[in-house]
Design a protein around this ligand. Structure first.
Ligand code: FA5
Length: 363
């Protein structure tokens, strides 16, 4: 047998020309090989057919046939597979019915862009900065103390029912409200005593709540919250209402936007108010998006409660009234929803990219 032989066959099992064909056919039908590999293994310089030619006399002896007959058989196998492999390879290159051309430029290609909420978050942050506030980054995973106790919601307080969320263990939870950032800023700044500088801080971050979702409620949503504190008693509701109006007119680019406030209870402010914008979908008449009320609740606000000051710095026990502050927290997804006339908050976190806002960022 020829020493160039690369394929180890048991030639003794080859009883007829058909067996030769089957060996070639088994390679041609192999699912583990692509067409180029098959071509190489069958027709290549060290391929199967060349091997048969190299071992011509040996095979002729086994099959006990005429030299010329074996030559005809091997040449037939060779041209059959040359044709088969040539045809299949040409198919993908020359088939005029095949409209797919991988070399053509793909028109209307969807390329990724920033999520519309991220784009809008940058805008509201810029607005807050333009109003003199500085951004405070705050974690989403917080303690019970940060999210509740420090802002005047002790354990077992019924107000906790307003904010059901996802608990990690007994002490840690995913924050239900950006108000959780207040204690750390207040304790950091109030403890500076005479070096205290007025606080103008804000944060925009996701909050999580265990909610039944609907057109205005998601389990995950952004809030933008501001904290404004002076070392005197100058902070009042007029400043608060003016600030709220400024934020809305700047974000909606409309100084005539209809904003309504009404008294509301939040344990961390006194007095507290709820802020709502007129529903743009029905012009205040009432529809599904606003639950027929004509208004969409945007957030809460008020003057910082004395217990929040005291929880931040115990030494303020008798002196908390030296300070005055205001805070507001808006549901930012709802602001984006209203600004862009999207009638369901759940669009933001599903995969439907057909709403206009998404079209602007996905080109
Ligand atoms: C609060 O979260 C208070 N921390 C706001 C606050 C801050 C009051 C500072 C006073 C001072 P409330 O739970 O109402 O309040 O939520 C505020 C806003 O977040 C709502 O008005 C709404 O716009 C938005 N929001 C609340 N829950 C959801 C939700 N499940 N999906 C989308 N947005 C929500």
């Amino acid at each position: 047998m020829n020493s160039k032989n690369k394929n180890i066959f048991d030639y003794s099992k080859i009883k007829s020309a058909k067996d030769l064909e089957e060996i070639v056919s088994s390679i041609f039908c192999s699912e583990d090989l692509d067409k180029e590999q098959k071509k190489y293994k069958i027709l290549g310089r060290n391929g199967l057919i060349q091997e048969f030619f190299d071992n011509f006399s040996y095979i002729q002896n086994i099959l006990n046939i005429e030299r010329s007959d074996l030559g005809i058989i091997l040449n037939r196998i060779k041209s059959e597979y040359t044709e088969k492999l040539k045809d299949e390879i040409q198919d993908t290159r020359n088939n005029t019915n095949n409209t797919f051309d991988p070399t053509l430029e793909y028109k209307n290609q969807l390329i990724g862009g920033k999520h519309p909420l991220s784009v809008e978050v940058s805008k509201i942050n810029e607005i807050m900065i333009s109003l003199g506030f500085s951004e405070e980054e705050y974690p989403t995973l917080v303690t019970d103390f940060e999210n509740f106790e420090s802002i005047n919601i002790p354990k077992e307080h019924p107000a906790r029912d307003m904010w059901d969320t996802f608990w990690i263990d007994e002490k840690h939870l995913l924050k239900t409200q950006t108000t959780a950032f207040q204690n750390s800023i207040l304790s950091r700044e109030l403890k500076k005593g005479n070096d205290f500088k007025p606080i103008r801080a804000f944060t925009t971050d996701v909050c999580l709540r265990n909610e039944a979702t609907d057109t205005r409620h998601e389990i995950c949503f952004y809030q933008t919250e501001a904290l404004y504190v002076e070392h005197n008693n100058s902070v009042n509701m007029v400043i608060l209402l003016n600030l709220i109006r400024s934020v809305f007119s700047l974000y909606f680019d409309n100084s005539n936007i209809k904003v309504k406030t009404r008294p509301a209870f939040f344990p961390f402010v006194e007095p507290g108010i709820e802020v709502a914008c007129e529903c743009i979908f029905c012009g205040g008449k009432g529809c599904n998006t606003c639950s027929q009320s004509g208004w969409i609740e945007m957030g809460g606000a008020g003057l910082v409660h004395r217990n929040v000051f005291m929880n931040a710095d115990e030494s303020l026990k008798d002196k908390y009234s030296e300070y005055s502050g205001l805070a507001f927290g808006f549901g930012f997804d709802r602001m984006v929803l209203l600004k862009n006339k999207i009638n369901d908050i759940r669009y933001f976190r599903n995969k439907d990219i057909n709403i206009d806002l998404f079209k602007n960022t996905v080109k």
